[in-house]
Design a protein around this ligand. Structure first.
Ligand SMILES: *[C@@H]1O[C@H](CO)[C@@H](O)[C@H](O)[C@H]1NC(C)=O
Ligand SMILES: *[C@@H]1O[C@H](CO)[C@@H](O)[C@H](O)[C@H]1NC(C)=O
Ligand SMILES: *[C@@H]1O[C@H](CO)[C@@H](O)[C@H](O)[C@H]1NC(C)=O
Length: 175
């Protein structure tokens, strides 16, 4: 009994000593698919995380998602040029250009508007929309489509965007 409460006190102390000022990053990032990625990303916020609230962190993650989408769009345009003679590859990358450059980017802007209007109820649905467009690029637009065997860097880049969206979803569920 005494031992159990000692352990409890220790655990409570350990947990509180890891809490950052303002927002508890650990409690957010331990819910992420990749907690290390989450901690690295949020800790890279310019000006630091001390004093940042959840809305600041979500805005920062959306900025990162937007930058990652811009980088990914450049990659896709290169891939389309490189594969002009390969119909299957070219069609896949054109679909991805549409899903990522148009679809996902529009959903990032919509999610940021939703966040800054304080409509936290709608945030999860808005942010999930970003991920839907990423999935449509990787898996194909129809359930009967065989996913294109993409050996380029695009699946890795797309996965980075999905992980950033994962963090936005966790934050939105805590707002
Ligand atoms: C995504 O953005 C982060 C932060 O700016 C950057 O470190 C990372 O290299 C980017 N990754 C891709 C695939 O664009
Ligand atoms: C596509 O095919 C044309 C005609 O055969 C060729 O001139 C061109 O170099 C090819 N482009 C690429 C990127 O392979
Ligand atoms: C995908 O392409 C790579 C490289 O061409 C090949 O090694 C791999 O077996 C392919 N995978 C599938 C599922 O077709």
């Amino acid at each position: 009994m005494a031992q159990t409460s000692m352990v409890l006190v220790f655990l409570l102390f350990a947990a509180s000593s890891y809490a950052t000022q303002g927002v508890e990053l650990d409690s957010i990032c331990k819910q992420a698919e990749n907690p290390t990625f989450c901690l690295n990303l949020l800790n890279s916020k310019p000006g630091g995380v001390a004093g940042a609230d959840l809305v600041d962190l979500a805005n920062y993650a959306l900025d990162v998602a937007r930058a990652n989408i811009t980088t990914t769009t450049k990659l896709i345009k290169r891939l389309i040029r490189r594969n002009v003679n390969d119909t299957e590859a070219r069609d896949h990358y054109r679909l991805c250009l549409n899903q990522i450059h148009k679809g996902a980017l529009n959903k990032v802007e919509f999610t940021q508007m939703t966040l800054n209007s304080g409509d936290y109820q709608s945030l999860n649905v808005a942010a999930s929309g970003i991920r839907t467009h990423i999935e449509l690029c990787i898996d194909g637009e129809s359930p009967s489509d065989t996913p294109y065997n993409d050996t380029s860097l695009l699946p890795t880049y797309a996965n980075v965007i999905s992980q950033v969206v994962d963090i936005i979803l966790i934050i939105s569920n805590n707002l």
